[in-house]
Design a protein around this ligand. Structure first.
Ligand SMILES: [Mg+2]
Length: 408
């Protein structure tokens, strides 16, 4: 349920004097709901009705740097979990194991953006990531791994090829469908996917076009008619998969109608060898062999073979922010199920029973709870997502320091 609090109501309150969530919460509770609002008075005064977002259950505020102000209880809990994770990994390392650090990309290393092609890791974060990967590789001789639904070539654009080579980063793309090693010379692709998958995927892309779904470029260009699904966009650059983004759909009904239309088209084309994966803010039609569980398996096979190691010498760490990471968490738990084995699986986000990860680094809100129908709203969604990204970088930094000091 959405409720919009107008600028005139907000300006009654001297928000500029009260920059923490605790003092502002009781005020907004008087509206019987919660509010997202910038905490600088100047911004508050200029708020239009559509640029404040209200959702029941919580008051969340952005500070002057557009960062989400987290309640203290969540802040404390996050520190506890980060400590526990660092301790677990340290123990494994002391037992002689090599940490294999695997991370999701969207929402984990980079915050969500409405346009999926504009997603970037900022330069300083990128450097932090590579210096972590450098430290891991120098100390343990194993690479760091990105496991993503994106294509390998997109990932090179986002995080930079130079660093990938320097820091020894494996990229597993298209949810386990393809993999590039740090030297870039070897490219693995999922053998079970055939020309039949390709033909059916082409037919699906055509069918989606015919029912009036627009591509990301068309929606971003905004020069054309919005069509029957305003705000919904199709990312169609992958060979065997297609992503339908509904996070910017004008209404919930439009998003649901788009989902039904995709399901119907897949049924009509008899796409039995595909499944519809729920991703953050949308869905992806994807061949059955493509999933992050298979991605993890392929990565661990490569690490064992290329570096001459056995499972009992490894301590896998996987960090993600979605329910679509569950297959990865489950695969790790399945492979590392012997008494002497150890592993660390982490979900970053609003705590949920649906996750199969061992640890949750909590956020106050689920990214998907925040609508992003306009540019003004998008910054709130980015801010919620940024909270997850920050925790993951903090974890990498803690581990990097351990490598430098305690593990020498
Ligand atoms: Mg993700």
């Amino acid at each position: 349920m959405m409720k919009i609090v107008g600028a005139s109501q907000l300006s009654f309150y001297p928000v500029h004097k009260n920059r923490n969530a605790q003092t502002i919460t009781p005020f907004f509770n008087r509206f019987g709901s919660d509010v997202f609002v910038d905490s600088s008075l100047a911004t508050v005064k200029n708020l239009s009705a559509s640029s404040s977002i209200v959702s029941p259950g919580r008051t969340l505020l952005l500070d002057e740097q557009q960062q989400l102000i987290l309640p203290d209880s969540i802040r404390r809990q996050r520190q506890k979990v980060l400590q526990a994770i660092t301790k677990e990994v340290s123990q494994a390392v002391r037992q002689g194991k090599k940490p294999v650090f695997m991370t999701d990309f969207d929402g984990t290393l980079a915050p969500f953006q409405t346009n999926p092609y504009t997603c970037q890791v900022p330069k300083t974060e990128r450097e932090k990531f590579f210096s972590f990967a450098d430290a891991v590789h120098k100390k343990f001789g194993v690479p760091v791994v990105v496991i993503t639904g994106r294509t390998v070539s997109r990932m090179k654009d986002f995080i930079g090829e130079e660093g990938i080579r320097r820091a020894q980063v494996i990229i597993n793309g298209q949810s386990g469908g393809e993999m590039a090693l740090p030297d870039r010379k070897q490219m693995y692709s999922m053998p079970d996917v055939t020309s039949v998958h390709k033909a059916q995927m082409d037919q699906l892309k055509q069918a989606l076009k015919e029912i009036g779904l627009k591509t990301v470029e068309e929606v971003e260009g905004a020069s054309k008619e919005p069509g029957p699904f305003p705000g919904v966009s199709v990312e169609d650059e992958k060979r065997y998969c297609v992503v339908v983004h509904t996070k910017s759909a004008r209404t919930k009904n439009v998003a649901e109608a788009a989902e039904r239309a995709v399901q119907k088209a897949m049924k009509k084309l008899n796409m039995k060898d595909f499944y519809l994966l729920n991703i953050e803010g949308g869905m992806e039609a994807i061949p059955k062999p493509y999933n992050k569980g298979n991605g993890v398996k392929a990565v661990l096979d490569i690490v064992r073979k290329k570096y001459g190691l056995t499972n009992s010498q490894l301590h896998p760490i996987y960090i993600g922010d979605g329910i679509n990471d569950n297959k990865a968490y489950e695969q790790i738990a399945k492979i590392f199920n012997h008494p002497q084995d150890s592993y660390t699986t982490i979900f970053t986000g609003k705590p949920t029973r649906q996750t199969k990860a061992k640890y949750t680094i909590p956020n106050a809100l689920h990214t998907g709870d925040v609508p992003a129908k306009s540019k003004a709203e998008e910054k709130y969604r980015v801010a919620v997502s940024q909270v997850n990204v920050d925790a993951n970088f903090e974890l990498m930094e803690r581990l990097r320091q351990k490598i430098g000091v305690a593990w020498n």
